[in-house]
Design a protein around this ligand. Sequence first.
Ligand code: ATP
Length: 140
Amino acid sequence: MSSLKLDIVTAEHIVYSEDVDAVIAPGVEGQLGILPHHAPLMTILQAGELVARRGGEEDTLAISGGFLEVRPDRVIVLADSAERAEEIDMERAEAAKQRAEQRLTERGAPGVDAARIEASLQRAMARLTVAEKIKRRRKL
Ligand code: ATP
């Protein structure tokens, strides 16, 4: 069975590098499914969940936006940040979410950059969604 090589990298490190069967990524216009032999593509990602299917398994990561490029039998994600579900610190993400929500109530006040705070809220929510999903799956 043919497969895709998926590399997820940030400015700091290589987060994920595996041969996979399919990738489901959070495109800005909705979920993007990529199978082997997909046409070349370059697109922007938003904060959300990225799933890599591998044999009967699924690897799930939280991505906080970036770029995705499809090349023949290769997918490269240049992410602003990315964490494997198991590596997510839920308390930290919950604290970041609460901080962002609090700051958004001060929207309009001097020095409050609503777009930046919204982005931080989206990152925190993506991390929490991914971490909660994995936690639930482990309990089953
Ligand atoms: P915080 O306010 O908690 O720092 P942030 O959204 O500002 O969150 P980023 O700037 O997106 O954090 O990420 C900085 C680094 O910390 C990245 O390497 C990212 O992968 C990591 N990181 C951020 N939040 C978490 C988390 N909840 N669990 C694990 N790693 C995290």
